[in-house]
Write a protein that binds this ligand. Structure first.
Ligand code: IPE
Ligand code: IPE
Ligand code: MG
Length: 240
């Protein structure tokens, strides 16, 4: 913790929480056992970000493509979500965390959606970490829904075609008002972004870790932030 410079923290951290299935398989268990064991890692990550003073944390929890998994796994994940959100909201609230949900909420089963909405309502006035839970989310989905909103604003005359620029467009993305992602972590050993925050990660520092998500702890997050702080971010410019 002391080795981290608090004035160079990533403002927005995004995490692809991958490796639950392999974690379970290596123990001879069903994949859902891996998802259940990923909750402690979520808790540690959220608490460490809140404690450090990170502004925004966006967790890839269930992708648009994940609906294509076997029904028993999808149902298991949705049930786990309902239970976990219910259990975790008081703790989030206590830590001054503001919970949000990004993704196609209409695609979720009604109980999961209601639980998310309750959590969002309870924590809406909190002023600490903003926790975006990406559910039924994909980067392409996000861009398309922002394009639709832009088109409808132009059509209604609320905005002119000339006013469309990067700043304006970003206001329609589901992550708004979060700034672009500074650091994107993927656990589980694969080196890809799997349709995550495509627009928002344009200049993110990418960190691919071999640790499987259920084994991810606060120490891994602190190490990742230390690595982030050694990166030379040029944003296309030069230093001289
Ligand atoms: C990530 O773990 C969680 C979700 C996608 C819901 P996986 O379930 O993808 O685990 P692996 O990658 O198969 O090990
Ligand atoms: C990405 O992991 C989605 C989440 C972690 C929620 P996947 O396991 O679904 O991605 P792929 O299939 O390896 O690209
Ligand atoms: Mg995976």
């Amino acid at each position: 913790m002391e080795e981290i410079s608090l004035n160079n923290l990533p403002k927005h951290i995004a995490v692809i929480m991958d490796g639950n299935g392999r974690w379970a398989k290596s123990r001879g268990a069903l994949r859902i056992f891996g998802h259940q064991n990923g909750i402690k890692a979520v808790r540690e990550t959220v608490e460490a970000c809140a404690e450090l003073g990170v502004g925004y944390l966006t967790l890839y929890t269930f992708s648009t493509e994940n609906w294509g998994r076997p029904q028993v796994e999808v149902d298991g994940i949705m049930d786990l979500l309902v239970k976990t959100i219910g259990d975790e909201v008081p703790r989030l609230h206590k830590n001054n965390v503001q919970m949000k949900c990004i993704g196609d909420m209409d695609a979720l089963p009604a109980t999961a959606r209601k639980n998310m909405e309750k959590g969002i309502e309870t924590t809406k006035n909190n002023t600490g970490l903003v926790l975006n839970i990406a559910l039924s989310y994909s980067g392409k989905w996000d861009i398309i829904q922002a394009v639709r909103k832009t088109a409808s604003a132009v059509k209604s005359g609320e905005m002119s075609e000339e006013a469309i620029d990067e700043e304006q467009f970003s206001h329609y993305l589901s992550t708004y008002p979060a700034p672009d992602v500074d650091m994107l972590i993927r656990t589980g050993g694969d080196h890809r972004i799997s349709n995550y925050l495509l627009w928002q990660s344009a200049y993110a520092e990418l960190l691919f870790l071999d640790v499987l998500w259920p084994d991810f702890r606060k120490s891994h997050l602190l190490e990742a932030i230390k690595t982030f702080q050694t990166r030379d971010r040029r944003f296309g410019k030069t230093h001289d």
